[in-house]
Design a protein around this ligand. Sequence first.
Ligand code: ADP
Ligand code: GLC
Length: 491
Amino acid sequence: MNIILASAEVAPFAKTGGLADMALSFPVEWKKFGQNPIVILPKYGSIDVYKWNIRPTDITINVPMGYWTEYGHVWYGKLPNSDVPIYFIENADYFNRDGIYGNPDEYHDNDRRFIFFSRAVFEAAKALNFKPDIIHAHDYHTAFTMAFLKSHYRNDPMFDNTAGIYTIHNLAYQGWFNPQRALDFASFGSNDFYPGSWFEMNGAVNAMKTGIMFADKITTVSPTYSAEIRTQGLGEGLHDVLNSKGPELIGVLNGAYYKEWSPEVDTQISLKYSENNLDHKRINKNRFLNEHNMGEWNHLETPLVGMVTRLTDQKGIDLLMELLEDNLYHNRFRFTLLGSGESRYVDYFNYLAWKYPGRALIHMGYNNTIAHKIIASSDFLIVPSRFEPCGLTQMYALKYGTIPIVRQTGGLADTVFEYDYENQTGNGFSFLKYSVEDCAFALNRAMDIYSNEPHWAKIRQNAMRCDFSSARSAMEYLKVFNWALEKLRGI
Ligand code: ADP
Ligand code: GLC
């Protein structure tokens, strides 16, 4: 199968969250299964072309944008440690800026930037003479590829047999565009826009809805989230739209790319380890603690609770703000966090670090090495999300024998199961109600097991033996692609 994966983020080139991790691992796995994927990403100014050996090609594409045409230069590289080609679309006006979506606020012309990119995907495929069986788009940024596939390129011999798959990673970011601008940029007429049309939501163009409506199949990143978003509570206003697609909306659990996220091969941590030499995990923890200024409070055996996260409302930080201080004050655990995002949270964690030196170990900003170190060195990882489409850090944590404490929602509910003392089953701790009391109770249960052998050994073993690999996930996607092709081609 020829597959084009188009995404606004692909690790390690451009990443703010889990979307980038998945856009890297899917094509690498598909290639191993004998498929023929290529990846297309904007060439952001922040991408280090020397570090990743990215080179210009001699291809310049003309990208129709309404009544005029804009250019894009195509650059070429490979996904690290693989043979998968990745093409970068360069247009300095759009992409040679700080950050991916804005810095810190969203760029006001993200409608135009991502409509341009979505259209460039088709022109790049033509210039590369790559006839895709599948175009796989991700989140609102590339949603317009689904509309283009079924309209401007429908009768183009390069795409007339191509199925469009749209994956929702996070329904909270929908891409609300001004209709006049967006439809002009995307070369649709005003008669394509009316109440209830495939582009329209509350009088605006909604890119997320557009992707959902035009796709042959829609997937989202966990079975539980696929059920949750069909309800008013978590549907972010699009539950009716999603329900109208019936069984075309499929939940496929994401997977972890164990080549990067596994303690046996991780080159970013102090000492590699496995289930059989957890001493090394302890050494990692001690080194991590020693790298921080622990002051007088150097009790190395105190449990370490970690978190690696975007600092947004989604992630349940408000719950932690109600209970961390009391726990740190009473020395129940140490807390370490790596995060970036909203300033109200940044301010809070800076305060915590100031008030509890040696107990609250806080890193603000984005740093992949520290992310690996926290996940490997902590005893527990907390993910108390308000909602969580899938969540990857808890899957990574499991592999590192770092016990997750999570709210039972979305993909967290599909991957973390409460430890049962009697049967010695389960890999973590979870709570259902979004409340400080329930979160605190789960944390207490987690602290209780820490020095309670043989259960501490058992839960870590259960965790490390979980297999949530991206290979399994990528294989599921191939099934979805085949269903879409069967439907499209009437096989
Ligand atoms: P989301 O996509 O909602 O942010 P996920 O759990 O799916 O949540 O994925 C988060 C990914 O981003 C993980 O790979 C995690 O390690 C990484 N990450 C999050 N915040 C940071 C940060 N500040 N620095 C480095 N990596 C981060
Ligand atoms: C989104 C979601 C996260 C998911 C990730 C990758 O950013 O917030 O839960 O794991 O996408 O699909």
